[in-house]
Design a binder for this molecule. Structure first.
Ligand code: SF4
Length: 382
């Protein structure tokens, strides 16, 4: 295949759905790790086209959603300072903190700027030597190479006014935490293809073996997901549990070595707190000691901010796959994309926003503005 729309081919999608139905003999619960995968599943109705009893559990792979509330509050405290230019990817701006969000802060005069790359933040720092420039470095292994490169570049340029507020999380420890949970229902994983494009899949092999759980590295287009589901169910039906790669056009077993070297030159692995899940050992990146001067938490002394979630928000249980947005009493009532209570309703990868955009469980559905092609695929696999 050469073009992206070929991965949305309705006829091929129908064949894959038929094959999934043909080989499935009993109920299975699969988790798609990444929020981008969740959005494709929900938008195309793939999860509703699977055989009765085959369930997709939506995983924790939305970086905005798993960034803890206290990290948002730290960002707000730093961004409110008159000496600071606070830079971030756009998807963090509407994530609610305890009292406000970055966009509201910007509307009140704070210098909050959207950037498309952390290197843009480095350029802003170089152009504004009399201001402190902070970049909100969140994300999984996918964004870590660019963020590491920005820190290394700031070091090379000798910038004393550039720092990063780091909130990086790692996928394999989260999968292990989910499998260790006494409430775990997951029997197979669709691993996030873009994370594996950076890190490869060797880290997943001991997980598949230890917990006897199939793991299929999977892409994000409808045919990727259907093929990933088919491969996972084939393994489950056969009693196998190994790592397989559906996303061969982007992922190699060893990943991208150059990107990994950049990451580990700047970051160390350490404990991280995940929103709604809690603290997981060795589940995030922290700046190595030789780059400690680029740590915004230390520069602005916000390390001791601790806050609590909105009491109605069950994002933690949703991110662990034990509940869906439809179990949340606030869903569509107190919480909507216009007025989100929690990050999964804000983020473009959040499961609550995916359900809401597809109109699931809403009295007045707000359907996606679907392309004709998308509609025909939905129709084809119904
Ligand atoms: S619907 Fe809103 S309040 Fe409920 S879990 Fe999702 S983000 Fe939280």
């Amino acid at each position: 295949m050469k073009y992206v729309d070929e991965y949305r081919n309705a006829e091929l999608a129908r064949k894959l759905v038929d094959e999934i139905h043909r080989i499935t003999t009993r109920p299975w619960a699969l988790m798609e790790v990444c929020g981008g995968q969740t959005h494709t599943l929900v938008k195309q109705g793939i999860d509703e086209a699977l055989p009765a009893g085959v369930r997709m559990i939506h995983g924790p792979g939305c970086p905005v959603c798993v960034t803890p509330l206290e990290q948002i509050d730290k960002a707000l405290a730093i961004a409110a300072r008159p000496d600071v230019i606070f830079t971030s990817y756009g998807d963090m701006l509407r994530v609610p903190g305890s009292t406000t969000d970055l966009l509201s802060l910007k509307a009140r005069g704070a210098d909050v700027r959207i950037v498309y790359s952390p290197l843009d933040a480095v350029r802003i720092a170089a152009a504004n030597p009399d201001r402190e420039v902070v970049f909100f470095a969140i994300g999984f292994e996918t964004t870590a190479p660019a963020n590491a490169m920005a820190v290394a570049q700031a070091a090379r340029l000798g910038l004393g006014n550039f720092t990063v507020l780091v909130s990086h999380v790692l996928v394999p420890p989260a999968m292990t935490a989910i499998l260790e949970s006494p409430t775990c229902q997951v029997q197979a994983f669709l691993a996030a293809g873009h994370v594996c494009a950076v890190m490869g899949w060797t880290e997943y092999e001991p997980i598949a073996e230890r917990y006897h759980v199939p793991i299929v590295v999977t892409g994000f287009e409808p045919l990727d997901l259907l093929e990933g589901i088919l491969m996972a169910i084939r393994q489950l039906e056969a009693g196998r549990a190994v790592v397989e790669n559906q996303y061969a056009r982007a992922v190699k077993r060893e990943g991208n070595r150059a990107a990994q070297e950049t990451v580990f030159r700047v970051f160390d692995v350490g404990e991280r707190t995940w929103r709604g899940i809690g603290t997981i050992p060795a589940s995030g990146y922290h700046l190595r000691s030789e780059f400690a001067r680029f740590d915004a938490e230390a520069r602005f002394d916000v390390g001791d901010i601790h806050t609590k979630e909105h009491p109605a928000c069950i994002a933690g249980q949703i991110l662990q796959g034990t509940k869906t947005p439809l179990d949340c009493t606030a869903y569509g009532v107190l919480c909507s994309p216009q007025k989100p209570l929690g990050a999964p309703m804000v983020s473009a990868e959040g499961v609550c926003s995916a359900y809401h955009a597809a109109g699931r469980g809403l009295a007045a559905p707000t359907a996606f503005p679907l392309y004709d092609l998308t509609r025909s695929l939905r129709e084809a696999i119904k």
